[in-house]
Design a protein around this ligand. Sequence first.
Ligand SMILES: C[S@@+](CC[C@H](N)C(=O)[O-])C[C@H]1O[C@@H](n2cnc3c(N)ncnc32)[C@H](O)[C@@H]1O
Length: 305
Amino acid sequence: MITVVLVLVIVFQFGVIGWLIFLQSKQPVKAEAIATNTPEKVAAFYNETTDKFLQVYGEIIQAFRTTNVEDYLNYTIQSAGITNEMKVIDAGCGVCGPSSFIAQQFPEIQIDACTISEVQAKLGQQKLIDKNVAAQVKITLGDYHKLNELFENNVYNRVFFLESFGHSNNKPKAIEAAWNVLKPGGKLYIKDLFIRESANDWEQVRINHICGQINAAYEYQIGDLHEVVSAVRKQGFVINFIRPPQVDLSLFEHLTISNDFQNLFNIGKIESWDDYVFPIDFFEILAEKPSFNTEEQKHLYFMNR
Ligand SMILES: C[S@@+](CC[C@H](N)C(=O)[O-])C[C@H]1O[C@@H](n2cnc3c(N)ncnc32)[C@H](O)[C@@H]1O
């Protein structure tokens, strides 16, 4: 009798496990790509490649841009709501191309810029002197996951990440650090690439694979939009918008600059266009650190809309 019960229990367990394996195999393929980057590896990458980026991209190291890149910077200023007399942080500042441009538009703005790369910090410092904005922009060598240790807390109007956030290997930590330095009412602005999603499993596998290759070539960790938005909201931010950058198609550069870079330096070069699937989407996210307690004063949330 006991043997029979034991056999039945074992058969039942295998049945359940088999059923679970079957259900698992029916799950759609998730958008996710392998990444092994760390801030240390990102620093080494930019120390070695910044001269190459400068040759192709110029001082604005962003793939999604307009043909005249200043149009894109003006768009960024307007979209992130940056104005004169603000105190802002440029997290992942490259060689201070964007920050020096912004400082030239707004004589009273105060910008703290940070990069993880020593080479960029040196080049950035020189650029600030050359452009005569060193009094407005301070460049710091440091990790943006520790903004709260690098800079004063609760005082900034904006923290922006311009194609730098995707290098993070701990996105909730970077978001928390931004929260800490922002004053109540201050805003986080992220413009970046995110892994594309497809309802077609084969296509998703290809997307994941190609994103893995981009991650490896650029020490990146292309974000999942859902996870990033979730982390932003869990931190307590109120989302103002999530949208593709609102660039007029006639002004758009069409990402040819990143192809030029890849072909010239063999970094992330697409070896074969067979089975190629466009792997990413660009989005910008604007989110506010509320100036009120969202739990106690929910009505203010609606009044602010
Ligand atoms: C693609 S470049 C963009 C540079 C700049 N935002 C621009 O538009 O020219 C990415 C930048 O992010 C910076 N970065 C990446 N990870 C970082 C980290 N953990 N802390 C600080 N900066 C970081 C890199 O040093 C680099 O300057």
